[in-house]
Write a protein that binds this ligand. Structure first.
Ligand SMILES: Nc1ncnc2c1ncn2[C@@H]1O[C@H](COP(=O)(O)OP(=O)(O)OP(=O)(O)O)[C@@H](O)[C@H]1O
Length: 249
């Protein structure tokens, strides 16, 4: 059972190119269990590509990724990793209910028939409760607010009992209540020993959210204490901006 296994993300010197575009240029990163790690970077810095590489959906042109010490695609297939995608990557018109989305987290345990057993229904109900969406279970997923949609995907990862959770911009377009709920949940999930990696633009939420932060600009510029990551000189390097005003030279 993966539940007792320590899962850690190990990325070594990863390069990913899309044709001429160099999305990741020698990324090395260790993400430890039991912590929330924030992944900070400007648009196009490679955050989504790094997530897809960690999940084995994008193959590095160079370098290696280990999830729980093994191949990422295999780890994903055995349900080790839960993913909360960016909103643009989801077809919100798809005719599935919130409950169906959360039940997807149980597919890995159901075999090819996908017949839900009482334990699956119980896990889905508990996950919905934890994200405060019990009353929305039968709604079509697209009928939820932005924050509720994110919470539904977090519930999918909880129902899956994923040891590694990757969240791509979970606070984009999210109301304050959902943000607070997601922050609380991620802290609880990390407290249970899970590995939680969250990309965000929301620097204000970072001290409440994360134990560590990594700054990404096609490579990891800094990884360590959140307060250190937020130092103006570090943000200036990651965002190419002088936080006191204009563009850096
Ligand atoms: N499928 C693709 N084909 C070609 N180029 C791509 C593809 N996906 C991403 N890119 C390019 O790779 C670079 C990194 O993109 P990526 O989406 O990983 O960054 P990001 O930090 O997640 O950005 P954002 O915050 O805007 O989502 C960008 O220049 C982007 O245009």
């Amino acid at each position: 059972m993966t539940a007792t296994t320590t899962a850690t993300i190990q990325v070594d010197d990863v390069v990913v190119r899309y044709g001429e575009v160099l999305a990741l240029d020698g990324v090395t990163l260790r993400v430890r269990p039991g912590l929330v790690t924030g992944l900070i970077g400007m648009n196009g810095s490679g955050k989504s590509t790094l997530f897809k590489t960690i999940m084995g959906m994008v193959r590095p042109d160079q370098g290696s990724v280990l999830l729980d010490g093994g191949d990422p695609a295999a780890a994903r297939k055995r349900g080790l990793v839960g993913y909360v995608p960016q909103s643009e990557d989801v077809d919100w018109a798809f005719p599935v209910s919130v409950r169906d989305v959360v039940m997807m987290g149980r597919y890995g345990r159901q075999g090819p028939t996908r017949r839900a057993r009482p334990a699956d229904h119980a896990a889905v109900a508990e996950a919905l409760e934890r994200v405060e969406l019990t009353g929305y279970a039968d709604r079509q997923i697209g009928q939820l607010s932005g924050g509720q949609r994110k919470r539904a995907f977090v519930a999918r990862g909880i129902a899956q009992d994923a040891r590694v959770l990757l969240l791509d911009e979970p606070f984009a377009g999210v109301d304050k209540r959902s943000e607070a709920t997601i922050v609380r949940l991620l802290r609880e999930l990390a407290g249970d020993g899970r590995t939680v990696l969250v990309s965000t633009h929301d620097l204000h939420a970072l001290p409440r959210l994360a134990d560590e932060a990594a700054l990404l600009l096609h490579r990891v510029l800094f990884h360590g204490e959140v307060s250190e990551a937020l130092r103006p000189e570090n943000l200036a390097r990651a965002f190419g901006l002088d936080v006191l005003g204009g563009e850096t030279a």
